[in-house]
Design a protein around this ligand. Structure first.
Ligand code: PMV
Length: 341
């Protein structure tokens, strides 16, 4: 085998129904549904050099620099899941990865980076095995999930559902399924303007956050609500009811933060400017009837979600009113991804 290279670009995603709490080997305690983004993505290149031994080696560069934290994370992932990576025997991997979003945005998307890595590894497997069939995206989702739960949802365009859900027969806790064919056109054009309230790294990792749901006094109630919201959202995605979409999205965001606030230890990840922006978004919606709403990830930044038809009005609102509450007046202008490759 000669030396060769593979590349992949994989997007970040933003959950509307949130995954928070897991068991076993990265299995979710409730289903989740997300929009796949397009402008926030990770690009990964892997140079594959055959070696004369039985083992593999791996060197990882993030934006041109050695990053021991990521190197260790990938090494651990490959060792823990070696049953799926037998094809790496006898090769040296030189992995280079970079993100499209600014360094100083405080956004670290493990969903984008881990799914980009998995897509590259599956391309290597195809080449090593001289297999010319298309990539199996379900397998890509499954292996991405083992690296970072939410990464399972990044491999499909538009929207994904991860977690067994009665009304979607092929849904599973093991991998995400695409929702593209079950989504009203209005949601396929959605915007996500990510308002950067703080550029600091999260004060609680999602690994620790998920573990705080074990023994949490509100856990069972939370999982039941998330299951209900999943079924509600699936209906809304079909019928295009934006008013109900807004109810679900905002309640899910606030409930995620409520879980963190009421865990032991307790975490408060919203900042005063997060609250200010939330209030202003609700006021704007009330006064103008523009159906923009917010969601939150496990951090202080606000994701402002709205249909394409309102783009001009919302952009003006962002510039005139919201940017003053953002770190360095920063926001990331993202949209739903319609063509994941
Ligand atoms: O994929 P993880 O383990 O980083 O967890 C992600 C959790 C949230 O982003 C808060 C919610 C979600 O469903 O993406």
């Amino acid at each position: 085998m000669n030396e060769f290279s593979v590349s992949s670009v994989s997007p970040s995603n933003i959950a509307i129904v949130k995954y928070w709490g897991k068991h076993g080997n990265q299995l979710p305690n409730n289903p989740s549904i997300s929009f796949t983004l397009s402008r926030c993505h990770t690009e990964t290149h892997i140079k594959v050099c055959p070696n004369s031994g039985e083992n593999y080696s791996m060197r990882f560069l993030f934006e041109g620099k050695e990053t021991p934290k990521f190197q260790e994370k990938i090494e651990k992932y490959l060792i823990d899941n070696q049953q799926y990576f037998g094809f790496l025997k006898g090769i040296d991997l030189e992995i280079e990865s970079s993100n499209s979003f600014p360094h100083s945005s405080g956004i670290a998307s493990s969903a984008a980076s881990m799914s980009a890595l998995v897509l590259c590894l599956l391309k290597i497997e195809k080449i090593v095995n001289q297999d010319v069939t298309p990539l199996d995206m379900r397998k890509a989702s499954f292996l991405s999930r083992l690296a970072s739960g939410s990464a399972a949802r990044s491999v499909f365009p538009v929207m994904s559902l991860w977690g067994a859900t009665p009304s979607v027969p092929d849904s599973s806790d093991d991998y995400a399924v695409p929702l593209e064919n079950m989504v009203h056109p209005v949601f396929k054009s959605y915007h996500d303007s990510i308002l950067i309230v703080s550029n600091k790294e999260k004060s609680v990792s999602s690994r620790v956050g998920h573990s705080l749901m074990n023994g949490h006094p509100l856990a069972e109630q939370r999982y039941a609500t998330a299951r209900e919201n999943t079924e509600r959202l699936l209906k809304v995605l079909k019928n295009g009811d934006i008013t109900e979409f807004i109810d679900i999205a905002e309640a899910e965001a606030l409930q995620l933060h409520e879980m963190m606030a009421t865990s032991t230890p307790s975490y408060k990840l919203m900042e005063p400017n997060t609250m200010k922006i939330i209030d202003l978004v609700r006021e704007f919606r009330h006064e103008t009837k523009v159906p923009a709403c917010f969601t939150l990830d496990a951090g202080p930044n606000v994701h402002l979600l709205y249909p394409d038809a309102c783009d001009n009005q919302v952009k003006q609102f962002i510039n005139d009113t919201l940017l003053q509450y953002c770190h360095d007046n920063q926001f990331i202008d993202d949209v739903v991804q319609n063509n994941v490759k």
